[in-house]
Design a protein around this ligand. Structure first.
Ligand SMILES: [Zn+2]
Length: 148
């Protein structure tokens, strides 16, 4: 129960109802591609890493989920997004992109506005130990990535 709407940074995904902490919000669906195929087709920016060299070309609206350094949702496994705290109806849903990117050369400039904003978001392998500990404690890092 989510919808696409204008957000601070282009489009975003918004809750159409309230969610309790821990509740599943959505399961990502889409076409499975190899990373090479996603690059060749120019769709990598719409993909979610779901394993080493594996991409999901995510169907809308989940394709438009934005990053936050203080997210209200997170990945329970490679494709399941759950609330990490209570989410109000109408609130934008976000997750931490560091919890799905294995490519250590990847970065994203962030202006999410959270007091804990990291400024430059890095891929999981490039995170400092403290940030990794914090994200693991929230249980929002899929096993395929945390076990790399
Ligand atoms: Zn940020």
């Amino acid at each position: 129960m989510v919808r696409l709407a204008p957000a601070a940074n282009g489009q975003g995904v918004f809750a159409e109802r309230a969610y309790a902490a821990g509740e599943v919000i959505l399961v990502f669906t889409g076409e499975e591609l190899t990373t090479a195929e996603a690059d060749r087709r120019g769709v990598r920016h719409h993909c979610l890493d779901i394993g080493p060299g594996r991409q999901l070309f995510v169907d809308p609206p989940a394709r438009f989920l934005n990053h936050s350094c203080d997210p209200n949702a997170g990945l329970r496994d490679a494709v399941t997004l759950a609330a990490v705290r209570a989410i109000a109806e109408g609130e934008e849903i976000s997750f931490d992109y560091s919890t799905c990117v294995p490519d250590p050369s990847w970065t994203l400039e962030c202006r999410c506005g959270a007091p804990s904003c990291r400024g430059v978001v890095a891929a999981w392998p490039a995170l400092d130990a403290e940030t990794k500990r914090r994200l693991l404690a929230l249980r929002i890092v899929p096993a395929w990535l945390s076990n790399l």
